[in-house]
Design a protein around this ligand. Structure first.
Ligand code: AMP
Length: 192
């Protein structure tokens, strides 16, 4: 199965991507995680991405698309994948469609996690992640950056939902509720 998980920052994409991908037996591919790993490892890609990430902006399409192309070429993604945080622009979505089409493949479904903005701000400002056993706030979860990331999402990423809807691929999923409830809604939309 080839699935895209859409939704604003704080909707629970990362959490749900891990669980749903596990249930489907496909890799969860998170562009944010790949970028963060490259920033920590101080690779060239990480150095290119860092300033955009810290500002809460999108990393330019050329950089992101090349990275995703390489990741999807790896053997574990051949039988399917669940993309988390990609595509985030129409140009990225077109690249994904075209590169799958070259292999006579297409997406099976696009799942959009729907959460109202007030709840997102609340979730993001309280969010912590574990680094070396310590609970820390992500640099881009600071209140000013959160507001900017939501704006970037509204302007550049939200249009994807209508774009995929026109293609008959979109399922909108209410992402308020217990993690397990949301997982069941996502799996039901995939016919599982
Ligand atoms: P995330 O973990 O998905 O919230 O991503 C964290 C940050 O990584 C974003 O705010 C962007 O700076 C960058 N990023 C992740 N995915 C993409 C993408 N598909 N296109 C551009 N930038 C991205």
């Amino acid at each position: 199965m080839r699935v895209v998980l859409l939704g604003p920052p704080g909707a629970g994409k990362g959490t749900q991507a891990q669980i749903v991908a596990g249930r489907l037996g496909v890799p969860a591919i998170s562009t944010g995680d790949i970028f963060r790993a490259n920033v920590s490892g101080q690779t060239d890609l990480g150095k290119q991405a860092k300033e955009y990430m810290d500002a809460g902006d999108l990393v330019p399409d050329e950089i992101t698309v090349a990275m995703v192309r390489d990741r999807l070429d790896e053997p574990d993604a051949k039988a399917g994948f669940l993309l988390d945080g990609f595509p985030r622009t129409i140009a990225q979505a077109e690249m994904l469609r075209d590169s799958l089409a070259e292999q006579q493949l297409r997406l099976d479904r696009v799942l959009e996690l729907v959460v109202d903005e007030e709840e997102l701000v609340r979730r993001l400002s309280g969010r912590r992640m574990l680094v070396d056993g310590k609970s820390v706030q992500r640099d881009d979860d600071k209140p000013e950056t959160v507001r900017h990331r939501l704006e970037v999402h509204r302007e550049q990423t939200a249009p994807l939902s209508g774009w995929y809807e026109q293609q008959g691929l979109l399922s909108r999923i209410d992402a308020i509720g217990a993690i397990e409830e949301v997982t069941e809604r996502l799996l039901a939309a995939l016919g599982r």
